[in-house]
Design a protein around this ligand. Sequence first.
Ligand code: BG6
Length: 483
Amino acid sequence: MVSRVIPVDVFDLVIFGGTGDLARRKILPGLYRRFMAGQMPADSRIIGAARADLTDDAFRDQVRAAIAEFAPKARQDAAVIDAFVARIHYVAIDATGTSGWAKLTGMMRDNVVRAFYFSVAPSLFGDIASRLHDHAIADPWSRIVVEKPFGRDLASARALNEVLARHFTEAQIYRIDHYLGKETVQNLMAVRFANILFEPLWKAEYIDHVQITVAETVGVNGRGAYYDTSGAMRDMVQNHMMQLLCLIAMEPPYHFDPDAVRDEKLKVIRALKPVPPENIVRGQYAAGGNESGYLDHSENPASRTESYIALKVHVSNWRWQGVPFYLRTGKRLRARASEIAITFKQPPHAIFDDAKGWHENVLVIRLQPNEGMNLMVMIKEPGPGGMRLMQVPLDMSFADAIDDGEDVPDAYERLIMDVIRGNQTLFMRGDEVEAAWAWTDPIIEGWETRGDRPQTYDPGSSGPEDALMLMHRDGRRWREIKE
Ligand code: BG6
């Protein structure tokens, strides 16, 4: 399969927090891969901006080290790396002070796309935005990219939106949720809206329930201080899982256009019902074997922060009346496995006697690893012996559909290129983020007021026992967490 590379304009991308972890792990190696794929037009530049006093060459050495560590080994080509780092520059800058801004001003060029990536703590967004404005570094065509966490509740998200809106229009603000850059997540829209097969069945009449699982094997490790202010609800549900839910539940947008898509997602978020306490299970992983537990990473030995959460959620609209969406995400679980499973209802009338062999149709959309889709269908068990039924997968693994030699961009690469192209479809709009917090806040306030403690679970398990009950009491069960 020959990939179609959509050309991008010449750009200057300034990365605030250019020496930070995200830049090192994702942004810079990702840009290198796009450079290699021919998507960085000649003359485009990447400018790292951070507090450290570095020369261009010293920063280039850091970029080389980041590529060596985080770009795929098969893509490491010394000549290409040399050509790439030649596009890289550095400016030492004080985000809250005065130094460095005049230099950055002098580096700006006319007639190229200017993009500013705020890969810094949200407390610095306002300082950077106002300095970009005051020094006339940002022009009306400039774009800014902001990372999660976008606030920690509705009030702080609103405050951030206001700070950014002082100097930038909504069309200039790209709020990243890297889940939207994942191949399969976008495929969800293609599957729904580019096929006639599924959409007629995509409603309460035919769907029994939906499961969304984002299971991780990693723990919080060095991120305990951040995680204690966050927890799985803020870290994963308010953003990533909410986005997945939206893409499953939204109405067809009239066009694949940024605002048309985001309008439909917003309607879903607004239709989410409040979640009663009995539909929430929170967990925290214990220590096990030689492995540390959550509390070993927390600064608070009595932390009640959840590293796992399961929720039963309802979308209160015509299409989804009575269909539960079961969401779960957690760290230190038995496998890294993220998937969406849509379980369809039983046929209206059973003509076969083999009730034992019978299973519902399930559409499984696998986000990672082994991206792809499986449609579980019933067939006759081959061979003699009467009409016995069995379930088999109609298997569509995306890896098979993609040529091995092709350089499939990862989520960050794709999203950064969308910023340069000026396409906001896969970025969250301000009202969307606020609506997501408006739904999340009362859930968190609820458990804080009640003083709920998370249930502990064993590392390497499927999560807390109570999460099983969340489905069992509805006569359903979670799918197994496996790679
Ligand atoms: C991040 C969270 O946004 O997403 C992390 O802060 C989490 O806690 C990560 O581990 C998961 O991303 P991915 O792409 O590995 O599924």
